[in-house]
Design a protein around this ligand. Structure first.
Ligand code: HEC
Ligand code: HEC
Ligand code: HEC
Length: 343
C-alpha cells in the first residue's frame, strides 16, 4: 500500500506541475531555464560582441525564430502534437526559442541565442566584461582582477568556451534524444546527425555551422587540431551518454527507440576505434566495464541505462579536464572534418 502511494505521488505531482505550468523537462531531465535570467542577444552585441551576433544571425539558431512556426513541417508537427502555437508551447520552446522577461511579461524573443550555449546571463553579463572599471581595457586588467572576474562569472552561471564538458552537453540537450512523443507522434526528427568537430569548426554562415572564434583570435579560424581531437572524443562520449538516457525513457518499440539504439551502437563502435588508436585509460575503463551493451538497449529499462550513462558522464568530465589532445595523431583519420582552404 505504502509502495503504491509512493508510486502515485510523483505522477500526481507531475500532473499538478503541468497544470500550473512549470518548465518543460527534456527527455534527459533538463529543465527550461528561467526566463528572468536571460538578457537577450542585443545585450551581448550592443557593445562587445557585434561580430559574434552578426555570425549568429546567419545560423539556423537565429533563423528558426522566424521560419519554424510557418514552415510546412512546423505546421505538420504542431498539428500532430496538438500544439496551437509552437512559439508559446513548452513542447517546442526548450529547443527552438528563447524566452525572456520584457516589461515584466514572459516573451519569446529569439531562437537559441548566445545564452542558450553560454548560460543565461543576467547574473554575469556585467561582471564578465568588467576589467576593473569603465576606463580599464582588457589588456590592462591585473591578473588578480581577471581571476576574480572569471570566478565570479562562473559562479553566476557563465559557461565559458574553455569548458568543453559543459558546452558539449548543451548542444546534445537540444540535438539528441528529443522526447518519444515528439518523434513517434509528432513526426519530428529523432535527433541531429551531429558530429561536434564539423558542427563547431566547419564553415560558418547560412546552412553552415556555428563557428565564431573572433574574440580571442582574429579572422574566425577553426580550433587547433589538438583541441579538435578532444572535442571529437567528448562529443562522442556525450552522444553515447545522451543516447543511453534517451533509450531509458523509451516505452514503445517505434522510431524513437530504434533510432536511439542505432545511435548508441554507432557511437559505441566509434569509441572502440578511438580506444584502439589512442591510450586514454578512462575510455578503456568504460569499454571494458560495459561488455554487453547491446543487451542493455531495451525498453522500460531506465535505471540500468541511466547508471551506464552516469559512468560515461564521469569519464567524459575527467577527459575534458585532464587532456589536451596532444600525441593523439592516430585518431585524426576518424574525424570527419577538413579545415576549408581560404579563411
Ligand atoms: C550554439 C551554441 C552557441 C551559440 C548560439 C553561441 N556560442 Fe559562443 N561559443 C560556443 C562554443 C561551442 C564556443 C567554443 C568553440 C571552440 O572551442 O572551438 C564558443 C566561443 C565563443 C567565444 C570565444 C571565441 C574565441 O575567440 O575564442 C565568445 C566570445 C563567444 N562564443 C560569444 C558568443 C556570443 C556573443 C554569442 C551570441 C551572438 C554566442 N557566442 C553564441 C557556442 C555558442
Ligand atoms: C537551445 C537548444 C539548442 C542548443 C543549446 C544548441 N542548438 Fe543547434 N540547433 C537547435 C535547433 C532547434 C536547430 C534547428 C533550427 C531550425 O533549423 O529550425 C539547430 C540547428 C543547428 C545547426 C544547423 C544544422 C542544420 O542541419 O542546418 C547546427 C550546425 C547546430 N545547431 C549546432 C549546434 C552546436 C554545435 C551546439 C552546441 C555548441 C548547438 N547547436 C546547441 C537548437 C539548439
Ligand atoms: C529536444 C529539442 C527539440 C524540441 C523539443 C523540438 N525540436 Fe524541432 N528541432 C530540433 C532540432 C535540433 C532540429 C534540427 C533538425 C534536427 O537535426 O533534428 C529541429 C528541427 C525542426 C524542424 C525542421 C527545421 C525547420 O525549422 O523547419 C521543425 C519544423 C521543427 N523542428 C518543429 C518543431 C516543433 C513544432 C516542435 C514542438 C512541437 C519542436 N520542433 C520541438 C530540436 C527540437
Amino acid at each position: 500500500m505504502i509502495e503504491k502511494m509512493m508510486l502515485k505521488w510523483p505522477v500526481f505531482l507531475c500532473t499538478l506541475f503541468l497544470f500550473i505550468g512549470l518548465p518543460w523537462v527534456s527527455s534527459h531531465g533538463e529543465e527550461y531555464p528561467d526566463p528572468a535570467k536571460f538578457s537577450g542577444p542585443d545585450a551581448c552585441g550592443s557593445e562587445c560582441h557585434k561580430e559574434e551576433v552578426a555570425i549568429w544571425k546567419e545560423t539556423r539558431h537565429a533563423l528558426t525564430f522566424k521560419e519554424m512556426e510557418t514552415s510546412e513541417k512546423g505546421k505538420e508537427i504542431a498539428g500532430k502534437m496538438g500544439v496551437k502555437r509552437p512559439k508559446t508551447a513548452d513542447e517546442c520552446a526548450f529547443c527552438h526559442f528563447t524566452r525572456m522577461m520584457v516589461d515584466a511579461k514572459v516573451q519569446v524573443t529569439a531562437g537559441p541565442t548566445c545564452e542558450s550555449c553560454h548560460g543565461a546571463g543576467r547574473d554575469w553579463i556585467k561582471t564578465h566584461g568588467d576589467y576593473g572599471g569603465k576606463e580599464v581595457k582588457k589588456a590592462d586588467e591585473t591578473p588578480e582582477h581577471k581571476a576574480q572576474r572569471l570566478e565570479q562569472s562562473l559562479k553566476a552561471g557563465l559557461i565559458p568556451p574553455k569548458d568543453l564538458y559543459l558546452w558539449v552537453r548543451n548542444c546534445f540537450s537540444c540535438h539528441l534524444g528529443h522526447d518519444e512523443k515528439l518523434v513517434n507522434v509528432g513526426g519530428h526528427s529523432p535527433g541531429s546527425n551531429i558530429e561536434l568537430v564539423s558542427w563547431t569548426q566547419g564553415k560558418p554562415g547560412k546552412a553552415g555551422t556555428i563557428r565564431h572564434n573572433v574574440f580571442y583570435t582574429q579572422g574566425n579560424p577553426p580550433a587547433a587540431v589538438e583541441r579538435r581531437r578532444l572535442i571529437f572524443i567528448v562529443g562522442l562520449m556525450t552522444e553515447l551518454e545522451y543516447g543511453l538516457r534517451a533509450i531509458g525513457k523509451a516505452t514503445q518499440k517505434d522510431t524513437f527507440a530504434t533510432k536511439m539504439a542505432r545511435r548508441v551502437k554507432t557511437a559505441w563502435d566509434k569509441l572502440q576505434m578511438v580506444d584502439k588508436a589512442v591510450a586514454v585509460p578512462e575510455i578503456k575503463a568504460i569499454i571494458s566495464g560495459m561488455p554487453a551493451i547491446e543487451k542493455e538497449l531495451k525498453l522500460n529499462h531506465s535505471e540500468p541505462l541511466n547508471r551506464l550513462a552516469d559512468l560515461v558522464r564521469e569519464a567524459t568530465k575527467t577527459i575534458a579536464k585532464g587532456y589536451d589532445g596532444k600525441g593523439w595523431e592516430a585518431m585524426d583519420s576518424m574525424i570527419p572534418y577538413t579545415p576549408e582552404q581560404s579563411s
